[in-house]
Design a binder for this molecule. Structure first.
Ligand SMILES: [Zn+2]
Length: 259
């Protein structure tokens, strides 16, 4: 009889113990999830604030940004130079090109570069067709990036309007759609220095001079270049551009490492 009660109690004790373990596990699991989610939101708010105030800094910081890639013949050359120089940059990628060349984006991400969003098609008539197509162009690009780098629900949080927000192309539409960015956890950024590599054919020296004249007297530089060979190949002047910026006392950062 005693033995029976003892065995029964033992069974109850084991079940109770297992339930307790399960209970503790769920408490820890959910509190951790909530904690991560709130940290994530705080972090993305902080990131958006930092991007919005990027030009306010007093220190000499250069952010190299490359638009319109990935491109199989240019992006790897740029990545090689950045790797050699130990500089992290930011790539504003086009979604449909990411789908074509996911391995290049994967490499850029793994080497510490920030992968940012430049829309899916780079086609203004599709981008500004309506609100849904605007949001869709951004979300489809994030999805393509996420697939390329192996992160589900990837959100880059920073969009660059094709031709820049500041250009007069589709100005009314941009003024309207810019208001939707906050709803999807986004902000946007243009640039304040450039080598004009997408404007017309330039020599290496002219590309460097364009960068020098557009960056003069500025502390924070967000430099626009392109990792394409549509007009010029900026990889030929990248090393010289880096050397120039270093000689002027600039520190290089990317959007993972905002000042
Ligand atoms: Zn572009």
């Amino acid at each position: 009889m005693f033995l029976k009660i003892f065995l029964l109690n033992k069974k109850i004790l084991i079940v109770a113990f297992l339930l307790l373990i399960l209970f503790i596990y769920f408490i820890l699991y959910f509190s951790n999830t909530v904690l991560l989610a709130s940290t994530y939101n705080n972090e993305s708010d902080k990131f958006i604030d930092s991007i919005n105030n990027i030009f306010e800094g007093n220190e000499k910081v250069a952010y190299l940004t490359f638009d319109d890639g990935p491109n199989p013949s240019i992006t790897p050359k740029i990545l090689d130079i950045l790797e050699k120089e130990n500089i992290k940059a930011t790539f504003f990628v086009i979604g449909k090109k990411v789908e074509e060349y996911p391995k290049i984006v994967n490499r850029a991400y793994k080497e510490g570069h920030y992968i940012a969003n430049h829309g899916y098609s780079h086609n203004n008539s599709l981008l500004y067709k309506n609100t849904d197509s605007f949001i869709n162009e951004i979300e489809k690009t994030d999805l393509a990036i996420g697939n390329a780098i192996g992160i589900s629900n990837y959100c880059s949080h920073v969009f660059r309007f094709p031709n820049g927000f500041m250009s007069n192309i589709y100005k009314d539409k941009k003024n309207k759609y810019v208001n939707y960015l906050a709803d999807i956890g986004y902000t946007y950024i243009d640039w304040n220095a450039l080598n004009k590599d997408s404007e017309q054919k330039y020599t290496k020296e002219q590309l460097l001079n364009n960068l020098i004249s557009s960056s003069k007297t500025k502390n924070t530089l967000v430099i626009l270049m392109h990792d394409t060979n549509d007009v010029n190949d900026s990889s030929i002047v990248l090393k010289d551009s880096i050397d120039y910026l270093k000689s002027q006392g600039y520190e290089f950062r990317n959007f993972y490492n905002l000042k």
